[in-house]
Ligand binder design. Sequence first.
Ligand code: FAD
Length: 498
Amino acid sequence: MSDRSDHRCDSASRRRFLMTSGAALLAGTATGNSSCGAGESAAKRAASLVSGNTAHVVVPEKKVEVMAEADVLVCGGGPAGVAAACAASRCGAKTVLIERWPFLGGMGTAALVNIWHLSDREKIVIRGIIEEAVERAERRNWIRFRGSLNRHETHNFDPEGMKIVFHDMLEASGVRTICHLVAGEPIVEGGRIQGVLVDTKRGRRAILAKIVIDATGDGDVAAKAGAAFDYGRESDGLVQGATMMYRICGIDEAKVKSLSSDVARQVMADMREAAKTGKLPPFQPAFGIGHVRNRCIPNMCPVAGNALDEEELTQLTIKGRRQVFAYWDWLRERLPGLENMAIEQTGASLGIRESRRVRGVKTLTGEMVLDAQKQPDTVGHGFWMIDIHDPKGTGYTTWNDRGSHNMLPAGQSYHIPLGMCLNPQIPNLAVAGRCASSTHEAHSSVRLQSHVMVMGQGVGTAAALALAGGQDMDQIDVKKLQTRLRADGAYIEDVPQI
Ligand SMILES: Cc1cc2nc3c(=O)[nH]c(=O)nc-3n(C[C@H](O)[C@H](O)[C@H](O)COP(=O)(O)OP(=O)(O)OC[C@H]3O[C@@H](n4cnc5c(N)ncnc54)[C@H](O)[C@@H]3O)c2cc1C
């Protein structure tokens, strides 16, 4: 859409949007405060995220130029947002996606989380848009399949390549993609969201849409629009630990491989001891390493805190970066083969696992996950275990335990319901991704990139079908939705009859 056509929005409606964006801010504060959090501590923690400081300034009313108008506006270009935008556009909706960073992929690229899992340990149960991304990356040699189907099979991708794959997919789907744009205040009028304000180099502008999908990972748009959300676990309101991922190069692999396993075991034991006595920062003991060609991306450096507080996030990020160098300075002195290794890159962003979980029409629970429950309104399958990284940042994870009670049996999967993405308060607002409605436990499973892409494809398709039928998303025929998703390559089996 050209800038010229955007100017056609009449001045009366522009004035209306200006006034209602202020109202949305107030509504967001009030609603958020009264309804967040399941347990008392969690509620307190969530409430503290919407109250803020007592000192205020009053921002004068101002005319805001309309930058774009869409059927569907997707805020956030992580895996969930990319899938949602591709699906909506392919199903005929005029779709705009905005992303705050200069590239797409969210945690997968910005935080170097380059691992996808698609199987229930017997068969592939996640297909559709993610499968297309795998195929595109394979053609460029940007992804590598590791392991076999009977262990959650793993794809390691090159984060730099994935930035291009995602962009190509959006472009081919006809999505208007605008990076460098933070979704700001939502414009809410009469209980419906009309779009969002964005601060641009040219000043504040607005993007209007019939349906808004919040795929910001943190649920920024939904929370500011006044949607209720939960934050953290019930006992103390803390969210899962974060991780600073990084990429290393220059390891003499032949030399490292020639070391006896006793040497490696001893170094790891010494490292654990050093962490225990405070000589080294804590680390994730059974850390995984994503290999990309001759580079390694270890997942080992935990930190913990509040990802919604920019100042705290700044401190956590630098803490994580310092920790990474501390481990490898220590290891270089003890492990032959590391003489010329270098930390090539730390994540542009700290890897954030969990923040707001916006309450939906349905909430996915730990039982639904572990019992492999099926849902009539499913948009696809999930299979990952309850995988909680210690909210206090010790590096301990329930995954390290590999306790069988955390895992679904091989060959079983649960359904991801559309309802966890729909909003009970604002019918034309949906969320997709790690900010969708789940308990702390279920979130630790459904946050996976493959799972949020299933969700994104489901929500994007639901949005387009709703617009085509002149309905709200909660009114669409879910059978029709599932038929369309299957036609678009999604895997959906065992749907219970309503
Ligand atoms: C260390 C770590 C290890 C993990 N390991 C795995 C794993 O092995 N396999 C796996 O599949 N998953 C893993 N995950 C989980 C997975 O990476 C995330 O849960 C997933 O990326 C969530 O996708 P999303 O699209 O919901 O959010 P995100 O990936 O967080 O993307 C959100 C996007 O929205 C953008 N955004 C945010 N706010 C705004 C705004 N206001 N305006 C515009 N844009 C905005 C962000 O810049 C970002 O691009 C891991 C996560 C971490 C942190």
